[in-house]
Design a protein around this ligand. Structure first.
Ligand code: ZN
Ligand code: ZN
Length: 372
């Protein structure tokens, strides 16, 4: 029988997570039914949601955890203040957990290890204490940042004031100014831009640890559970291209292709143009393609091994063998070019990529014929 280990329950965190979720699920519909929502309340919700999510993805994650770019103090200050409003712990705690996640992904030592189950990776890891708590010895660089340390000390106060009291007060003021019942406005501000926004932002962040390690493709590596998914990218402000991110964690981009939905990347790029951030780190295109080709080759070799067992004819198995050989030859050629730091033009890379894709399609067609 499965039993909840009561002695390990993190009561404060668990009560907060369950309390806010229940308030949003029950309180919000009742409020909306009785009072509806006006443009001001909706605008405040949208601003707070974007500010909170962006502070987690751009600030906590890509800036502080991965140092994928450098930021001037206004950006650090904004993301630390609104990051606190997500009630996901201080940036220092968050970055420490996250760096351990990358280092030990899918294994003991990964705080949100997906191999312990979907619910553990999503929320369970927050609701139960680990004994003993791992030391925070991987964030010494961040300890030198005074703003980070200030936020670490006052994180709950900042979250409470900016994340809950301010929207409540603004709701009160807006209603009072327009001759409506101010307490109704205050309750709306608290429930909509406060509690409901916290719940939405939290679960969208938790999805990165649960769904982004469960659904989607693995074009860059199947050596870990992280996956790329456009749907997840939409829900997580661009963090859904998680397979890429785990391969190249210091790249400020997660959706590396121009058509991929990554508003966090676009914001960092815009801030760089405004001179507020600098030193954006990018993995060279050749290296990215090399990872894709390595993965394609591995997959092709796996298919080949399968086909060898069941191939209906010698010609069939020869055809697959030829594809595998061509993939390997292309891979080695590119590997050499990357190692020699040869400049590869966009056209050359595109041609290589197109050829790899075409071979993979051919291979899949052969497998389907075989399965039929
Ligand atoms: Zn991950
Ligand atoms: Zn990361």
């Amino acid at each position: 029988m499965y039993r909840i280990p009561l002695d390990r329950v993190n009561w404060i965190t668990s009560s907060f997570l369950i309390g806010t979720a229940l308030t949003a699920l029950i309180g919000l519909p009742v409020y909306l039914f009785q009072h509806g929502i006006d443009a001001f309340q909706f605008g405040m919700f949208a601003f707070y949601l974007v500010a909170t999510m962006m502070s987690i993805t751009l600030g906590y994650h890509r800036l502080f955890s991965h140092i994928s770019f450098k930021a001037k103090w206004p950006v650090r200050f904004f993301t630390l203040v609104f990051g606190a409003c997500a009630f996901e712990n201080s940036c220092l705690d968050w970055a420490s957990d996250h760096r351990r996640h990358h280092k030990h992904v899918d294994h003991e030592g990964d705080p949100y290890d997906i191999s312990k189950g979907f619910m553990w990776a999503h929320i369970g890891w927050l609701m139960f204490k680990l004994n003993p708590e791992p030391p925070m010895d991987n964030v010494n660089d961040l300890r030198k940042d005074k703003l980070v340390m200030w936020q670490h000390k006052y994180v709950h106060w900042i979250g409470l004031v900016v994340g809950l009291i301010v929207p409540t007060a603004l709701g009160y003021g807006w209603h009072a100014w327009h001759g409506m019942d101010p307490w109704t406005g205050a309750l709306g501000g608290f429930l909509i831009a406060g509690v409901a926004r916290i719940v939405v932002a939290q679960h969208c962040t938790f999805f990165i640890n649960s769904l982004c390690h469960t659904i989607g493709r693995q074009p860059y590596s199947s050596g870990h559970s992280a996956r790329d998914s456009a749907i997840m990218a939409f829900l997580t402000f661009g963090e859904g291209y998680h397979n890429y991110h785990h391969e190249f964690q210091h790249d400020y981009r997660n959706g590396v292709k121009p058509w991929q939905w990554d508003p966090t990347k676009w914001t960092i790029w815009t801030l760089a143009k405004l001179g507020l951030v600098e030193g954006l780190r990018r993995v060279p295109d050749g290296k990215i393609l090399l990872a894709e080709m390595r993965e394609a080759r591995l997959r092709a070799e796996k298919h080949l091994a399968e086909l060898r067992e069941h191939a209906p004819s010698q010609t069939f198995s020869d055809a697959v063998h030829e594809i595998t050989e061509r993939l390997a030859a292309n891979y080695h050629e590119l590997e050499k070019a990357v190692a020699d730091r040869v400049h590869l033009s966009r056209e050359v890379l595109d041609r290589w990529q197109a050829e790899t894709r075409q071979m993979m399609r051919e291979l899949n067609r052969m497998r389907e014929t075989l399965a039929a």
